[in-house]
Design a protein around this ligand. Sequence first.
Ligand code: GDP
Ligand code: MG
Length: 290
Amino acid sequence: MFKSGYIAILGAPNVGKSTLLNALLGAKLSIVCDKPQTTRQKFLGIVHHKEGQLLFLDTPGLHQAHKRLNQLMVDAAKSAIEEADLIYYMVDPKAPTQADFGFIQEIEAKNKNYFLLINKIDKTDKLDLLPFVDAWRKKCKAKEIFLISALGSDGIQEILNQSPQYLPEGPAYFPEDQITNRDMRYLASEIIREKLFHLTSDEIPYSLAVVIEEYKEETKINRIAATIFVEKESQKPIVVGRGGAVLKKVGQAAREELEKLCDKKVFLSLFVKVVKDWTKKESVLKELGY
Ligand code: GDP
Ligand code: MG
């Protein structure tokens, strides 16, 4: 009996959801970053297992929302609970928080099967882990509890092997060589965004959006033009840098990664545009695809 269904990876910002998705897929598709809240949109990664096809929704971190954008991110995470056939709830190796219990209750109230993944065990002493595992075991109805290191790909195969049994019977929706349903435009914007996160200061990342204006595939080269939206005039010089130095570094790093991904030369042009307070405006958020 072949299975296929949706799996949502949920948990607080920075617990390692994107890293896990990449480990599951065996390829770098979702952006990984030290700064929380970098995964804004749901993302579908496909894992082909001999017993089933696992369709992964990557979700923004579950957290208290302030601005409108953050609220949309939390809504996206919560709607993933509805859509999912199985949930991986990810936590740091520490005692369960009140917020964790809130979300666990929400998952249990919807009668969803879930695994608890205690991540980053490479950073923690085995003996120190035991009380946390006990505390979780008493408090939650997870089908399985896994101790993993997403970064070290430790424990990943076990999770995959236990997953198909919780998915509905169904066909393989995607061919075996396909690992995402997102197109190159989306991946290109994510790569540019990731480079911006790494190369700009702390206050900038949450005010950024990247929109691909042009994506042209020619025989020898791909031409890509992207606009980076910031929400304040004062943020523009930070993204551009002195004499354009920051933007140049972002462009170069993104181009190199895109060339690897497309296996082709890439010509990348980047523009920066200020749209006042876009993270607070519903109409702009819609236009940018949130
Ligand atoms: P997300 O916000 O939940 O998607 O978290 P990310 O996947 O972006 O990871 C946040 C940070 O935690 C990054 O710096 C990762 O390298 C790091 N990280 C993720 N998994 C592990 C792990 O298993 N061990 C260690 N030591 N670090 C990890
Ligand atoms: Mg993430």
